[in-house]
Write a protein that binds this ligand. Sequence first.
Ligand code: NCD
Ligand code: ZN
Length: 335
Amino acid sequence: MEIQIHNPLDMHVHLRDADMMSVVAPLTSKYFSWALVMPNLVPPVMNTADAIWYRQRIESLTGNDNFTPFMTLFFHEWLTREILEKAKDHIMWIKLYPAWITTNSEGWVKSVLSEKAKEIFGIMEELGIVLHIHGETGDFVMDREANFMPNYLEIAKAFPNLTIIMEHITTKAAADTLDMFPNLYATITLQHLEITLDDVAGWALKPHLFCKPIAKRYEDRDALLELALSAHPKVSFGSDSAPHPQHTKECPGCAAGVFSAPISLQVLAQIFDRAGKLDNLQKFVSDNAVNIYKITPNTKTVILEKKDFVIPEKYWDVVPYRAGETIDWSIKEVK
Ligand code: NCD
Ligand code: ZN
């Protein structure tokens, strides 16, 4: 059995920089038509010049793959109308990380509802720039996302023409919030469609499944599966593929992030196939995002076949999601 996916899009990916980027960027550009590249470098991608320079570094590695990296800016309170007006021709997306909440988010945004933040949201709304939010508070780890929901509602209500993406949702609470305002959308990762906290820490601790937001309960995973498998039109795929060198995962103080870019389409095909929903995969990995963002992706077709594939133990110094496991689907051809 075979399926064709046209123009796969990854709406949330970490391509890093330097040596790591030279390994992981081609693994995304090979299989995806385009991807939304996260700005949490050290230092972050703060302005248009940073973003253009970062895009050029990515393109130097992916130039032969018919792939477009779309750049995001890191939300900070020094964003002005002037900066945003300049950015608008190059960057349509801004990513907001609450301070300290995840890898490289440090002390930047202390309050997502500060007067300054609201002023910036207003300018973004006017200019048609999309706001992506890592929606977690600093509360108890299992409650962080659910407790963040009132912030989404407040922003969505105050800025009805601002497109807001609830990034990598992991809870039934977020799934239930999605339809409360027409300007709220969401991305879902691969791992959050499969794992729960039991897989991460229920038995032997699995550092390569540790990411932010942490995987939650079975009912949460099932709510996400329902959204993805039914290809809910406000939901698109964002792998949140977040590579870290092996020694920074297998150590005390394990870095947060799951690396899934090279195997995400194959594992998604398995999930959708086993649920009898293969027909909806095209919408989840491409069509929904095309409609939400009104974009025209590069033309690329990935042909997947139902044939065993053993996920490599490592890509360079990074251990991927489900390393060493055999899955049902493999990539036959990309054209
Ligand atoms: C991401 C990373 O490593 O950059 N980590 C993660 O656990 N998802 C950051 C992020 O998206 O939270
Ligand atoms: Zn991320």
